[in-house]
Design a protein around this ligand. Structure first.
Ligand SMILES: *Cc1c(COP(=O)(O)O)cnc(C)c1O
Length: 462
């Protein structure tokens, strides 16, 4: 399997190189040249199989040139052994025909652990094989950063720098990034929003001299390996509620479009997915784009579901690439227009997107009301992101098609919002109870490329 850029101008790469590069050199995102297919019989055979075995069967065709079967199986085994639930991604029922997919049983209590833990293992195999050193640079609206730090802390040959918007992540999120004391972990608080952090990240990756000097590697949700790892739970959950014998829909709390895009890959591989429903908070660029065809960047409005507080949704570029029939030049043109505020999606591409995606937007008060209502109706306490999903899912459910809503974080990661909604502070799981006692370590940094570059050069342990 070879990987090509959504902008059509970067070298074609095998899986391991695409994974270690992150962003393509033409500014685009790597996508597989073809999508492997699973027959209905192969999908049916995933029923009752361990999460790890499903992960192996789904990811193997995408990575076969870069990792042997033994290496892949071992990476998967290590990636998920620290999860706090035997099913890894258990499903609970909320109502007839509505299920919640709990993706928060990993070490940092958010779905990002699924991909990041696997990436950490795969990086380690590839780097030690090649005797290479890299500097991982990530931007986070909260959960990616801690997941990356957990996945790479203490690993030889890697420094991990995580940029997060100062004052705009929850205390649990911040502490998860600032308390690991490994010398190769560097938490950087940038004076700006998540979009600023992401813009600086892109600038540094596009600075080829700097990129080569420090061996920059990206593990943000633009990294194809992350999307791939997230495809797995679409299969495990859909099969649990009757696929491939009946279609299933998903509602996904969405920011950077990585998680939901993984659902579209599952669908393209043959999983009968009827609808993929984008659920946004008040930062609703994706909902607006799908409704109107106008992708226009607004101002980021901080919300109680901060991991979705973004306006520029990086992985949407991959969906556009597919919707434009793989026309890299057309995508490059749209991204050029984005620099001056936005673009209009062509009628053909919009129609293609609407065959797959629905969307909805949830206000702050509706999010709180949904946390309260879900607790009253089911006893489940959900995080604000998951509540955004539940509300939008309820607006899109259809008789006879099970709806699976992705619960993207543990409620204890967002205790203030949960307390506001239901008057109780959810407890952290026992393994994280010390989080509030540990000393914090972080660096403040200006929203400026030069400042960031010199900080990285100074702090690297290489
Ligand atoms: C990252 C994150 C999201 C958004 O996921 P994307 O893949 O960026 O769309 C939603 N909820 C939580 C809790 C997250 O950490």
């Amino acid at each position: 399997m070879r990987y090509i850029s959504t902008r059509g101008q970067a070298p074609v790469l095998p899986f391991a190189e695409a994974m270690m590069t992150g962003l393509a050199r033409d500014g685009g995102l790597y996508v597989p040249e073809t999508i492997p297919q699973l027959s209905p019989a192969e999908i049916a055979a995933l029923e009752g199989v361990s999460f790890e075995e499903v992960a192996f069967r789904i990811t193997q065709p995408f990575v076969a040139e870069s990792f042997s079967e033994t290496e892949l199986r071992e990476a998967i085994r290590r990636a998920y052994q620290g999860f706090g639930h035997a099913a890894r991604a258990p499903l609970v029922q909320l109502a007839p025909g509505h299920f919640l997919l709990e993706l928060f049983h990993g070490p940092t209590l958010a779905f990002k652990d699924f991909a990041m833990q696997l990436i950490g293992q795969l990086f380690q195999i590839a780097l030690s094989r090649e005797g290479r050193r890299i500097t991982i640079l990530g931007a986070t609206s909260g959960d990616t950063g801690s997941a990356a730090i957990e996945a790479f802390r203490g690993l030889p040959n890697v420094d991990v720098f995580i940029l997060y918007p100062h004052g705009r992540v929850s205390e649990v999120q911040r502490r998860q990034m600032t308390t690991p004391d490994d010398a190769n972990v560097h938490a950087l608080a940038i004076d700006g929003t998540f979009d600023d952090a992401q813009a600086r990240l892109k600038d540094l990756f596009n600075d080829h001299a700097f990129r080569d000097q420090v061996g920059l590697a990206g593990v943000n949700s633009i990294n194809w390996a992350r999307v791939l790892a997230q495809v797995v739970y679409y299969f495990t959950s859909a099969v649990s509620v009757g696929a491939p014998h009946r279609p299933v829909s998903f509602t996904v709390p969405t920011g950077n479009f990585g998680d939901i895009f993984a659902g579209s890959i599952a669908r393209a591989m043959g999983l009968p997915v009827e609808r993929l429903v984008v659920a946004t908070n008040q930062n609703d660029i994706l909902d607006r784009a799908l409704r109107t065809g106008e992708y226009r960047v607004g101002r980021v409005e901080p919300s109680i579901s901060p991991s979705m507080d973004i306006q520029v949704s990086s992985n949407f570029e991959r969906a556009l690439f597919m919707a434009y029939g793989g026309d890299g030049a057309a995508v490059a043109q749209l991204m050029e227009e984005l620099k001056s505020g936005g673009f209009t999606i062509s009628q053909g591409a919009l129609q293609h997107l609407r065959e797959i995606y629905d969307s909805g937007r949830v206000s702050e008060s509706e999010t709180l009301a949904t946390i309260a209502r879900t607790r009253a109706e089911t006893g489940q306490v959900v995080c604000p992101h998951s509540a955004v999903g539940i509300k939008v899912a309820d607006e899109h459910r259809k008789p006879g098609v099970p709806m699976i809503t992705l619960a993207t974080a543990h409620p204890a990661k967002f205790p203030d919002a949960v307390e506001q909604a239901v008057g109780l502070r959810p407890a952290l799981p026992p393994h994280m109870a010390r989080l509030f006692d540990l000393p914090e370590r972080l660096s403040r940094v200006e929203n400026d490329n030069a400042a960031l570059k010199s900080l990285i050069l100074e702090r690297r342990t290489a």
